[in-house]
Design a protein around this ligand. Structure first.
Ligand SMILES: NC(=O)c1ccc[n+]([C@@H]2O[C@H](COP(=O)([O-])OP(=O)(O)OC[C@H]3O[C@@H](n4cnc5c(N)ncnc54)[C@H](O)[C@@H]3O)[C@@H](O)[C@H]2O)c1
Length: 316
């Protein structure tokens, strides 16, 4: 078995590679640049894992990797986040939408791939008040308030079309606020950046309040790998829930764990529902319970403290 990971040097990608290496699962990695900043910290023996540096939008690039390495499962993570999609929706659609299509076209052309797992997002949902009381299941009306979320809805529907027309099986996961070492990009990165700022003794304001679904990177990476190994058929899409918390509680937790930290937050909630029902994921894929936020934040503090001692910690 060989699993192709796209976006492999990104935040979630690096944690996914760590899970694959720890479990001895052969992998081939790709990203636009071979930037080892995150992988170098999370994975010890990365040198002997094949890495192909390429733009996901390049015609035939993914197809060539699948052929050359006999890929039979894919974890597709390469994408831009909310701020970039807001600033330049056309450029981002080329990666988030056309890049997604390129992965499925490559799978269709080469054949033999048993599962395509991809990152959708909780950003497919509208604001919480649209849904009344939670927890919210997968099959409600999706009304994203961002281009990013609209692209993710498009991807979920595209995956469904590839199942119906070409029999390509896929699983989309809808994370909300993933945190942990290496989370630097996107609005919800503020939770992780607050931890870094606190360690650096800098004031920091989280740009949102309200409720979020906190998901530790190690748990999310485990979920992606579990899905990639699953032989479930169809075009499945799952919520993953993590721990639903008020931003005020999370900020309080950081302040308790790093005394003297100067973290504040905006009251305005994110326009993305957070109280999501993950019953389908637990029933069909399963897995260990999620890491309690206090434990995940402690682990994040440990990693960043080590980097700080080495003079390698910056807010960015
Ligand atoms: N982090 C979260 O909380 C979160 C929540 C919901 C969904 N997601 C989704 O999970 C996936 C991974 O997110 P992340 O937080 O790791 O983001 P990230 O920005 O850290 O990683 C994305 C990776 O994609 C790569 N990439 C971008 N454009 C590319 C291109 N043209 N060709 C090849 N590679 C390219 C980047 O270099 C980067 O390494 C994304 O699809 C994102 O939308 C993340």
């Amino acid at each position: 078995m060989t699993i192709l990971v796209t976006g492999a040097t990104g935040f979630i990608g690096s944690w996914v590679v760590r899970v694959l290496k720890r479990r001895g699962i052969p992998a081939v990695l790709t990203d636009i640049r071979k930037d080892m900043t995150r992988l170098g910290v999370l994975v010890d023996d990365i040198a002997n894992t094949p890495f192909i540096e390429t733009d996901i939008t390049t015609p035939s690039a993914v197809e060539k990797i699948i052929r050359d390495y006999g890929v039979d499962r894919v974890i597709h993570l390469a994408a831009f986040q909310i701020p970039q999609c807001r600033a330049d929706p056309i450029a981002c659609a080329a990666v988030n939408v056309s890049g997604f299509l390129r992965v499925f076209e490559a799978v269709k052309k080469v054949g033999g791939v048993k599962q395509v797992v991809y990152a959708s997002s909780a950003a497919v949902y509208g604001p919480p008040e649209m849904y009344g009381g939670g927890p919210i299941p997968e099959n409600v009306v999706l009304k994203p308030s961002t281009h990013y979320g609209a692209f993710k809805v498009c991807n979920e529907l595209t995956a469904n079309a590839y199942w119906i027309e070409n029999g390509i099986s896929s699983i989309g996961l809808r994370p909300h606020t993933v945190y942990g070492f290496g989370r630097d990009v996107g609005v919800t990165a503020d939770i992780t950046r607050a931890v870094k700022a606190a360690l650096l003794g800098q004031p920091f304001k989280v740009r949102f309040g309200g409720r979020i679904a906190l998901q530790y990177a190690a748990d999310v990476a485990d979920a992606f790998v579990r899905c990639a190994l699953s032989d479930i058929q169809g075009a499945r899409v799952y919520n993953i829930r993590g721990e639903v918390e008020e931003v005020s509680e999370v900020v309080g937790m950081i302040q308790r764990l790093i005394p003297g930290s100067l973290i504040t937050y905006e009251e305005t909630p994110l326009p993305i529902a957070a109280d999501l029902d993950d019953t389908a994921y637990r029933r069909e894929i399963g897995g260990p319970p999620s890491t309690p936020p206090e434990e995940g934040i402690r682990e994040t503090i440990q990693i960043y403290s080590r980097l700080k001692e080495m003079g390698m910690l910056t807010l960015e």
